[in-house]
Ligand binder design. Sequence first.
Ligand code: SF4
Length: 264
Amino acid sequence: MAANTHTIVQALRDRFEADAILGARELPIPVPTAADRPTRAQSSAAPAEPPLPPRTPVSDEERESRRVALEVMDAREVMGCTRCGLHATRTKTVFGVGNPAARIMFIGEAPGHDEDVSGEPFVGRAGQLLTAMIEKGMGLKREDVYIANVIKCRPPNNRTPATDEIAACKDYLWRQIEMIRPEVIIALGAPAAQTLLGTREGIGRLRSRWHSFYPSGTSTIGEPIPVMPTFHPAYLLRDPTEKSKAWSDLKLVMARLNIPIPAR
Ligand code: SF4
């Protein structure tokens, strides 16, 4: 099969799968137009990264130690934090949830209304879609992964966090990542990807490619963690036709971690 034909067939397959898994059956399946067809540059995609070597299982004692350390950081530092102006308008801080020894860490932008009220990340409509991506798509349980945001307090009217708010808050996220030590980070949306990777590139260019997060910050010292940027679930709710791209990004992560695609 010619490379372009193969790419189009794969894109259609991703779209059918994503519609079935993530729910967009009411939408028509658009046939790719000339504009959708890959250019020569796009069709010569970078070779897939090999699967990561198996990691030594985390002991129950180590998992418990990480859980306690995260709880202490939340209770002693984040819940009462006044480092930036968002403390004045929040209802609750939203620290993060999930497995403290998770293989995958999902990182979004900031809490929304439902999260501000509940204190848990990704519980509104976007959160329900993220849960479907994790459970129906990847065949994992929500509690298997760890979910957090770049900033821990809701920006008023869900506006994009300001640069100074991210700068004030991201140390908490960096320390969460250090404690959890995930094998892969999935960055949900441009603000999360740009913060983790120190870039201003848009999500359309960042997604579907592997990047590296260095726990030491902007330097390249230390063992990097692979990062896969993809679309934020809130964006996918606004434009469900993009779900197939998010699904293909998740499949890259599953291949890297040797997670089989669940039988349908
Ligand atoms: S957003 Fe972060 S830095 Fe700002 S008050 Fe909340 S926890 Fe503190």
